[in-house]
Design a protein around this ligand. Structure first.
Ligand SMILES: *[C@@H]1O[C@H](CO)[C@@H](O)[C@H](O)[C@H]1NC(C)=O
Ligand SMILES: *[C@@H]1O[C@H](CO)[C@@H](O)[C@H](O)[C@H]1NC(C)=O
Ligand SMILES: *[C@@H]1O[C@H](CO)[C@@H](O)[C@H](O)[C@H]1NC(C)=O
Length: 340
């Protein structure tokens, strides 16, 4: 919608459609994508004295070709009556007057830069902290409209990232229950369909334990483009890949086949360093597991890493073709697996 109003005329429409086709191919047809969470600076939280190495602005992580999708984390407090609140750790410390809503022009510029490099930038809702959850479908539907207006293709006086239009919404719901989530996604997709200028996405990040206590039901009922399964911090994680009692990708594959979107892509979610979560596996092991799963299941779409701050500090891993951080090494390797 925004692009079309700026570049009026048929030529612009055609150009815009061509761009969309390429972006879609990168995210599904060719597959083997890398998605990484940004915005929480957890490495910095564990190294308070070393602020020089804290997480940088989002554009820093879009300079090479290796990340395909960046998940801005998190919108932590929402559906509480007022406007939703972000937590972006060290990145943005200004708010709109008389509100708790961040206003982040530097991040907005960074988001646009990432998008200009062909990357999808999604806003992630939830996380381990924060107060969120829906009481009923009506509240969830109303909140979808507010998000559309504040972060996506709609309009609002208060837009934390100004005129940057995000590419979609990710649900990392770690509490709050399943109530209203499917209705929320349904309304988001209805709003998405009103703006043909962009291929908006919706994703979810469940724990690998099946079914996930918050997202289990919504995953059965609503449309998702991508599911970033957290194969860490849990018994079913990557470290137990060789244990047939623990490793459950097959269960997730069966879910993918009965989901509303028959082309949903599942991602292996992994910690980007030993400090990023329980159950880190190094580059050689991660790529070995990925190859194995990929050879058996066409539902596999890529790897998700938590998170940029840890990935860029992880410079000491086996393999990786000379790349100096874990995410770039994994992303480059993934893209080498593409057949198109
Ligand atoms: C806010 O962030 C800017 C840029 O990172 C920094 O220069 C400034 O000192 C911060 N202000 C406060 C009050 O933390
Ligand atoms: C698609 O992927 C290729 C190879 O990684 C990259 O050069 C290109 O910029 C990407 N394009 C889009 C639109 O994502
Ligand atoms: C995948 O890994 C499993 C468990 O280690 C193994 O039994 C199986 O033979 C592997 N399959 C392929 C195609 O590598």
């Amino acid at each position: 919608m925004r692009v079309l109003t700026v570049l009026a005329g048929l030529g612009a429409v055609l150009l815009n459609q061509a761009v969309q086709v390429v972006a879609k191919e990168n995210l599904s047809g060719c597959g083997h994508n890398l998605a990484v969470y940004w915005g929480q600076n957890p490495w910095g939280g564990q190294h308070l004295e070393d602020s020089a190495n804290w997480e940088q602005n989002i554009d820093h992580y879009c300079r090479d070709d290796t990340i395909d999708t960046i998940l801005v984390s998190f919108l932590i407090n929402y559906n509480l009556g007022g406007l939703p609140e972000l937590n972006l750790a060290n990145h943005c410390n200004t708010t709109y007057a008389d509100t708790k809503v961040h206003h982040c022009p530097d991040i907005a510029k960074g988001i646009k830069y990432c998008q200009s490099r062909g990357k999808k930038v999604l806003l992630s809702l939830g996380g381990a902290e924060g107060r969120y959850g829906f009481q009923d479908d009506q509240g969830a539907v109303k909140f979808a409209q507010l998000l559309w207006d504040m972060f996506l293709g709609g309009d609002h006086d208060i837009r934390p990232f100004d005129d940057a239009v995000l590419d979609g919404i990710d649900l990392d719901l770690e509490h709050g229950g399943p109530t209203g989530v499917a209705a929320f996604v349904g309304e988001l997709r209805r709003l998405y369909s009103q703006d043909q200028s962009k291929a908006y996405l919706v994703s979810a990040a469940p724990q690998c334990e099946f079914p996930d206590s918050n997202l289990g039901k919504p995953l059965e009922e609503a449309w998702f483009d991508m599911v970033f399964i957290q194969f860490y911090n849990n018994w079913c994680g990557l470290v137990n890949f060789d244990n047939v009692w623990a490793w459950n990708y097959d269960t997730w594959d069966k879910l993918a086949k009965r989901m509303v979107n028959k082309n949903t892509k599942l991602y292996l979610g992994a910690p980007a360093s030993t400090g990023a979560g329980r159950g880190y596996v190094d580059f050689d092991r991660l790529t070995h597991i990925y190859k194995n799963v990929s050879s058996q299941y066409d539902s596999l779409g890529g790897i998700m890493l938590w998170d940029t701050s840890n990935a860029w500090q992880n410079t000491n891993f086996q393999g990786g073709n000379g790349q100096t951080n874990f995410a770039s090494a994994v992303g480059e390797w993934l893209h080498q697996q593409r057949q198109c």
